[in-house]
Design a binder for this molecule. Structure first.
Ligand code: NAD
Length: 373
């Protein structure tokens, strides 16, 4: 989760959604797509993943301007064979394309009990937990493997110092009989790229050893990824000589390689490669309907029992209690839903700049700090 520094000011989630929707509508999306992008980005902030929230707005607008992503696109079915489908996202916004892909997987899982949907060439898919939550809201279990193309290739494999993989999230969602689902949603690198971006923009500093320089020195300096920077945020600049390190040493590195193979090679979207200048997300989603396993009478009570059993473990020093995957997000959603989403000064400035560049003076004003009395 990301922490923010003292200059962060809270903005109410609904107001932020409207501001982001206005920006994307002015930038060329229709009102539905603008609202959808606003909803998913603000949801990332609400769940504590500022790295995948509104900090991305200037970069997404830049991609729209430069033809790296397109408004109004729909996923095209390349293969549609019973429970299996392969979709091409045609470089549409990930918030639109991802929702279409997972909605199709949900429909197929309802029909066949299992669905396997490969998605390639989507715009940035944001917080992958959204897609597991979408399936879980329909009572379905889901597993998602994700990679990105060359621009997102920032992670060094275990034992190496050069970039060969992207931050490749893996996400698993399991609905519970009562309450929110369990959602494990993690980058396979020590930090997601967006967390390097958050650190650069005045948010929580990177943990020790998150980055590695080409000569093998460990680092926490975002310049290792972006190189020397002017202005508030990098868009596509990744000219640092270092890399992000894979989580969990050889094990995380191995899982990341598997994400490349499953999300990149199997979908036809492609694995990491040098010299590729745009960012596409590819995702392999496996969705299961637990109601079709014939184990419902055992499964739901067992899920309940095991969740309680795990949470009953004695807290280790420095921890108040044991949490399950998805719980920190649920807690943050409740807190930020009540108190607003804190945005640091540099993020507010870059959002105001983007709004002003589109002639949206009222929207830019949303990001201005209130005048001191
Ligand atoms: P993270 O480290 O904050 O959390 C990872 C997982 O651990 C979550 O499921 C969370 O619920 C769980 N968790 C966190 N603290 C916990 C605790 N104290 N006890 C128990 N469980 C806990 O997340 P991350 O790895 O930094 O990833 C951030 C986001 O970045 C994710 O939403 C991911 O999908 C997204 N991402 C997207 C892309 C992309 O290409 N679209 C790439 C990388 C990451």
């Amino acid at each position: 989760m990301t922490g923010l520094q003292d200059d962060a000011l809270p903005i109410e989630a609904g107001r932020l959604r409207e501001a982001v929707a206005a920006i994307f509508t002015a930038a060329g999306c229709d009102a539905d797509e603008g609202a959808r992008i606003g909803r998913y980005l603000v949801e990332a902030n609400l769940t504590g993943h500022d790295s995948h929230g509104v900090i991305r707005v200037p970069r997404y607008v830049y991609w729209l301007d430069t033809g790296a992503v397109f408004a109004g696109r729909s996923a095209k079915r390349v293969v549609d064979a019973g429970p299996v489908a392969v979709l091409d996202g045609d470089h549409g916004f990930g918030q639109t394309i991802g929702e279409q892909a997972v909605t199709l997987a949900v429909e197929k899982a309802r029909e066949y009990c299992i669905a396997v949907v490969g998605l390639r060439n989507s715009g940035h898919l944001g917080r992958i937990g959204d897609w597991a939550e979408l399936a879980a809201s329909q009572g379905l279990v889901s597993i998602h493997f994700v990679n990105t193309s060359g621009l997102g290739m920032l992670v060094a494999p275990f034992g190496g110092t050069e970039r060969r993989m992207s931050t490749n999230p893996i996400c698993i969602g399991v609905p519970l009989p009562d309450g929110p689902p369990l959602v494990l949603d993690c980058a396979t690198s020590i930090v997601a790229e967006g967390k390097v971006l958050v650190a650069l923009n005045g948010g929580r500093p990177l943990p020790e050893g998150a980055l590695i320089e080409r000569d093998g020195r460990l680092s926490t300096d975002p310049a290792a990824i972006y190189g020397p920077l002017e202005g508030t945020q990098p868009h596509d600049q990744r000219t640092g000589s270092g890399a992000v390190r894979a989580m969990g040493e050889h094990k995380g590195s191995g899982i990341s390689v598997m994400c490349e193979l499953l999300a990149g090679a199997l979908t036809g979207g492609g694995c990491g490669r040098a010299g590729h200048k745009t960012l596409e997300n590819n995702m392999l989603s496996i969705v299961l309907d637990p109601a079709r396993f014939g184990t419902e009478a055992l499964m739901w009570p067992e899920l309940d029992r095991y969740v309680d059993f795990v949470k009953s473990a004695r807290a280790a020093p420095g921890h108040d209690r044991v949490r399950l995957p998805g719980e920190p997000e649920a807690e943050m959603r409740a807190q930020r839903g009540a108190d607003g989403i804190p945005l640091p000064r540099r993020v507010r400035s870059s959002l105001a700049l983007t709004a002003n560049s589109l002639g949206l003076k009222d929207t830019a004003a949303v990001f201005k700090p209130p005048k001191r009395a």
